[in-house]
Design a protein around this ligand. Sequence first.
Ligand SMILES: *[C@@H]1O[C@H](CO)[C@@H](O)[C@H](O)[C@H]1NC(C)=O
Ligand SMILES: *[C@@H]1O[C@H](CO)[C@@H](O)[C@H](O)[C@H]1NC(C)=O
Ligand SMILES: *[C@@H]1O[C@H](CO)[C@@H](O)[C@H](O)[C@H]1NC(C)=O
Ligand SMILES: *[C@@H]1O[C@H](CO)[C@@H](O)[C@H](O)[C@H]1NC(C)=O
Ligand SMILES: *[C@@H]1O[C@H](CO)[C@@H](O)[C@H](O)[C@H]1NC(C)=O
Ligand SMILES: *[C@@H]1O[C@H](CO)[C@@H](O)[C@H](O)[C@H]1NC(C)=O
Ligand SMILES: *[C@@H]1O[C@H](CO)[C@@H](O)[C@H](O)[C@H]1NC(C)=O
Ligand SMILES: *[C@@H]1O[C@H](CO)[C@@H](O)[C@H](O)[C@H]1NC(C)=O
Ligand SMILES: *[C@@H]1O[C@H](CO)[C@@H](O)[C@H](O)[C@H]1NC(C)=O
Ligand SMILES: *[C@@H]1O[C@H](CO)[C@@H](O)[C@H](O)[C@H]1NC(C)=O
Ligand SMILES: *[C@@H]1O[C@H](CO)[C@@H](O)[C@H](O)[C@H]1NC(C)=O
Ligand SMILES: *[C@@H]1O[C@H](CO)[C@@H](O)[C@H](O)[C@H]1NC(C)=O
Length: 743
Amino acid sequence: MRWRRLPNHVDNFSFELVTENHTPGVTNDHYVVSCDKGTVTIQGNSLIALASGLRRYLADRSHVDFYWFIGSQLEQVEALPSCTAINGSSVVPWRYHFNTVTFSYTTAFWTWEDWEDELDWLALRGVNLPLAWVGMEKLLVEVFHEVGLSQPEILDFLSGPAFQAWNRFGNIQGSWGGQLPMSWIDKQFDLQQKIVKRMVELGMTPVLPAFTGFVPRAFSEVFPDASVVNISQWNGFSSQYTNDTFLEPTDPLFAQLQKSFIVKQQTYYGNISSIYTLDQFNENDPISGDLDALRQLSSTVWQSLKDADPNAIWMLQGWLFFSNAEFWTDERVEAFLGGVTRHTDMLILDLFSETQPQWQRLDSYYGKPWIWCQLHDYGGNQGLYGQVMNITVNPIEALANSSSLVGFGLTMEGQEGNEIMYDLMLDQAWSASPIDLEAYFHDWATIRYSDSNTTSGPLPAQIYETWEILLRTVYNNTNLTSAQAVTKSIFELAPNATGLFNRTGHHPTTITYDPSTLVEAWQTFISASNSTPALWSNKAYQFDLIDISRQVLANKFNPLYSAFIAQTNLTNLDTTNKSTRNASIAAATQTQSQMLSLLTTIDTLVQFTPSKSPESSLPAWISTARSWADGNATISDFYAYNAINQVTLWGPMGEISDYASRQWAGLVGGYYLPRWQIFTDAYLDALKTGHAVNQTQLHAGLLSWEEQQQEPLASVGTSLQPSDGLQNKINLIESEWCEVLGC
Ligand SMILES: *[C@@H]1O[C@H](CO)[C@@H](O)[C@H](O)[C@H]1NC(C)=O
Ligand SMILES: *[C@@H]1O[C@H](CO)[C@@H](O)[C@H](O)[C@H]1NC(C)=O
Ligand SMILES: *[C@@H]1O[C@H](CO)[C@@H](O)[C@H](O)[C@H]1NC(C)=O
Ligand SMILES: *[C@@H]1O[C@H](CO)[C@@H](O)[C@H](O)[C@H]1NC(C)=O
Ligand SMILES: *[C@@H]1O[C@H](CO)[C@@H](O)[C@H](O)[C@H]1NC(C)=O
Ligand SMILES: *[C@@H]1O[C@H](CO)[C@@H](O)[C@H](O)[C@H]1NC(C)=O
Ligand SMILES: *[C@@H]1O[C@H](CO)[C@@H](O)[C@H](O)[C@H]1NC(C)=O
Ligand SMILES: *[C@@H]1O[C@H](CO)[C@@H](O)[C@H](O)[C@H]1NC(C)=O
Ligand SMILES: *[C@@H]1O[C@H](CO)[C@@H](O)[C@H](O)[C@H]1NC(C)=O
Ligand SMILES: *[C@@H]1O[C@H](CO)[C@@H](O)[C@H](O)[C@H]1NC(C)=O
Ligand SMILES: *[C@@H]1O[C@H](CO)[C@@H](O)[C@H](O)[C@H]1NC(C)=O
Ligand SMILES: *[C@@H]1O[C@H](CO)[C@@H](O)[C@H](O)[C@H]1NC(C)=O
């Protein structure tokens, strides 16, 4: 790492690794950093301990770090201050990262350069247990081919590039809009080989895939006697795309395919890890709830892993125990986990610990080792949000109350932003008491905005005031009835006169703070640049300013929408008086224009996002998707369609439309805005004619419009280019919106 990120300081660092008595997953990691006149010595008991010590030193003393979207600032290191020894100890042996679906919502189209950044980010933050299941399809193809399925039969089963996660755990099968080409599978596999190699170099234990039992439909033709079942339908998909065929683990073919899969994987990667992710009942229930059947089921799966790799450890995402809690009664969970009679052969992710922890109900998973995870985000949705108390106080309490807790981790569906929440969780893994939040936010801001231009003196006080406000408001939600995860803005939802506000739970639209306080934070943040104009060239400042501005504007959509709905409500209309009627029409027309203009403002603002990450704008998302097609136009269009479909309709027919909505340049202006135009036009027409909106017709019209957008979106603003500077843009926004925003 020091070679790649700190090329000019090779001679200034020395690393000493003392791994004696260190067992991954059992031993806590320690480091000691000592520094003297430009020479920094880092000692540690694991490679990850060394990386963690390096970050602590660089961040605390040299004020440089590495961030999502913004990238590495490490090369900006100038002075290497002397220090009194810094030492650190992890409080849990494992630090885990990734949700199974992050591989679709965030990394689906990542290149090796994106992965290099991510892996360095993880290493510096002490993560030693990352999920590594890119390119799993290559192994599946080989395993199925070996037992006699043809390539077309296998490819028929696989889902498109943006939907592979759900195919891997059996929710969906097949692909809409085109078929997954073999070239994708091969290239993803090449990428995976680089990823796991780098993970091992950095001292991480990759969590590898295993055979789950989900098989192509044609499996039953090749093996007519195989014991297979069609599992349940998922989220209203037609059975062509769901009801996956599941080879029952009790069939001897299951163990055969498991062994084939794992042996091939070991041959390709070497003996690099024995921890396997294996989820069969994610949002679909076992056929039988009988306790003995459940015990036998898990026992058989476990044996299949052990037959293939005697050291195998089965990692299970605990999501099912929460999402399908009705099926998964305490006795059933106990029976299912009890089938694995050696506790240490399993590792459970308590997937949504900050909001819906299951470990207390399930008696610490009846003794199985488990990891406390912050989920935080669904579908890559954007919205300033956090539960700072829950991710600092609760994991430390859990540590005191559960002897089988062995790790802390992050299981966000998408790595969307709110980076401080992710840093905080991973840093909590190195602190035996709940982190002091005021101090943490203060120091995080110092590191984030310091560069050689901004730090001729201390950073302006307004920077710290802003983060204090954010800590108290957006990041301190304590009412889990109103919101449990990142909040969506209502403009991202299909327009409707009702039902958009006050959604609670894990796709909340409830704003959990006073929006005017965020306006105050926004103004304070802008004013920081008065005394330190160099902030305008600081990428972190640019990124955060855009993010806060985006949220302030997005929040303003709500009252405009409310006003519009009231103004177009025919029951309030005085039809007998022409002039009041005209006044109502004029008022509603003006509100419509403000709503649409607000969305244009958001779209043109977020175009300034100083990031090349695929998940930073619609054009970036689409063009990285296309880049995997090697210039084949058919394949390129299929990948673009897939990329767009995920963030809009999510399914061929809008099965879970807007689940993965994003406030991206190109999507706000090219999709949400015209959708609201159609809706508000219909309501204005109704006001003019006096005939109520035909909901069924409007609903069908919107749906068919959404379906027709898949192609035009592919070419939306492929060359989005902000025309002027960010500072100018912010000034314009203030002059246009401050009156309504109250700033
Ligand atoms: C790094 O080490 C070299 C050689 O000892 C020394 O000249 C230089 O000043 C050091 N750099 C820093 C930033 O301290
Ligand atoms: C860590 O630092 C403390 C003092 O700050 C010191 O007493 C202790 O010995 C150090 N631990 C190690 C392992 O060096
Ligand atoms: C599963 O569904 C397919 C397609 O509808 C059908 O042909 C097959 O018979 C079903 N298999 C079982 C075991 O029900
Ligand atoms: C798909 O699953 C649903 C239950 O979730 C079931 O009613 C239907 O018959 C299944 N279809 C097939 C083809 O297996
Ligand atoms: C793989 O490595 C582990 C130790 O990390 C060792 O116990 C095991 O025997 C190795 N397996 C093979 C097949 O070499
Ligand atoms: C999260 O923290 C709040 C207080 O901030 C607390 O009331 C709640 O019980 C915590 N939730 C969980 C799931 O522990
Ligand atoms: C400092 O400012 C100069 C001039 O605006 C710019 O070229 C340079 O990239 C800035 N340095 C950093 C670290 O942002
Ligand atoms: C967060 O809110 C809770 C409940 O209102 C309060 O007790 C706590 O002090 C707040 N924490 C911070 C850091 O503001
Ligand atoms: C929590 O939020 C719910 C739903 O928004 C609301 O009904 C309730 O009053 C809130 N509770 C508190 C203590 O504010
Ligand atoms: C729903 O949200 C709106 C706008 O934030 C608010 O005015 C209203 O009181 C809320 N309604 C309920 C039932 O909570
Ligand atoms: C592009 O890919 C499609 C689908 O895989 C294939 O049928 C076609 O031959 C390819 N075209 C070229 C020019 O290679
Ligand atoms: C608005 O929501 C209601 C209730 O879900 C639904 O019946 C209606 O069709 C929707 N209207 C539109 C335009 O989608």
